[in-house]
Design a protein around this ligand. Sequence first.
Ligand code: FE2
Length: 545
Amino acid sequence: MTRPADRPTPDRLLREAAARLDRRRFLTVTSAAAALAFGVNLPSAHAADAELTPRAIGDDPFTLGVASGDPTPESVVLWTRLAPRPLEPGAGLPPAGSVRVGWEIARDERFRRVEQRGSARAHAEFSYAVHVDVDGLDPARTYWYRFTVGPWASPTGRTRTTAPRGHRPDSASLALVSCQAYEDGYFTAYRHLATEDVDAVFHVGDYIYEYGIDAAGGDRHYTDRTLPAHHNHETTTLEDYRLRYSLYKNDPDLQAAHAAHPWYVTWDDHEVENNYAAGIPEKNQDPAPFVARRAAAYRAYWENQPLRMPRPRGTDLTLYRRVHFGRLAQFDILDTRQYRDDQANGDGWQYPTPESDAPARTLMGAAQERWFAEGLRRSRATWNVVPQQVVFSRRRNTTAGPSKLSMDAWDGYPAARERFLKAVDRSGVKNLVLLTGDVHVAYALDVKRDFDDPDSRTVGVEFVGTSISSDGDGEQKPSNWTTLMAANPHMKFYDGRRGYTVVTLDRHRARADHRVVSHITRPGGTLSTAASFTTEAGNPGLHPA
Ligand SMILES: [Fe+2]
């Protein structure tokens, strides 16, 4: 077997992992963990991979749909992954080898005016995923794309490049989505999102959940199929995470939303494990096997998303990045999970203490904080939009006296929030819009310069998008609705149903339309708009639209 010079050895991988860990604890790593760490760092795809003939594939390999992502004015990433038997380990393809995949991108849906075509190899090493970074496209243009293997053609996807550099378009629109627990219900919200007229979708995390999914698909209550038993345990290995993505990507509603729009994705916690923090697992188990688990999860994430980011090496994957819609909007897409300090006070909702208030605590990590502040300083955009994971604004859950706060959200990292707001102040940015997920409800909030003082300046707005499916059907006014609205005067809206938020930006205002679906535990839920808000450029603060 050939072994390229750059192939990392198990020893080197473990040394790399060890550098992040307490050495004494690291030495207790089991051989199983060592094997796992090695297993997620296989050699880079190389020419020696035997090419499979289409006959070796047997069935239609395009069961996971297509996707596009990270568009710029002249490029976009096209994605698919071959999986003739998506719900089986290995997805019905050999454990070694490669497949030649054709792709084409056109100016029309019928592919009469093909702009570019080519081929890429899908390697077993990356579970036969394909990422094609198509360059040389026109700005602000809609394109259609598809893939072929042997006699099979993929579904057609539609995508769109962003506005030309330096140009300020009249308007742009996006959808904010998050939190799609498969076992909590149907992705009906995505079926509706596929018909929206938006330039792009921003997914701010919990694309998968790690918990086991039973044969009936949990609250989907399937009667027409039975999910294999290997989906019914918590994901910890690379194979587990790959299978989980296959199950999700096999969903027709999710496929429709990917095929309809380009996506910019970032993760939160459940792509790995609930409420993990950097290299620290949820319940403070041994961190060494957790780092290997995280590496497997990050790798499966990369394999299954239309990301331009280089494939992961070692245990990390850089995901934070900056996107421009001309000079209308700058998006700083954050990663508040990979570099954060552990949650203070044992996590959950707790009273603030000197531990949570410690000035050195970070949610973004020092390098990302510097990158963010520098990006704001250089920004010339009308709108500075920050798609990120956890709720930024203060959320008290009582109207009287001290309140417990969420230790996993920015409320648990107040010094980091203060540095964020100082960076906004110093940059002179006037039009801050935070786009958030995580909490499975929708909020619209004024971002106050000092959340302890309701009369302090409003420095921006925060739109929290509800979940696509997590927590089931939900209800318009959850049990704590009255308390939260009264305890947080900067909270202008709170709705506990499933859905997504459409944000439209123009030169004068930003508008958010909170869409909700009637139900998701049965198919066929209908869509409505629960509320709409605007904020004026140069004069931040929410107004009902
Ligand atoms: Fe979630």
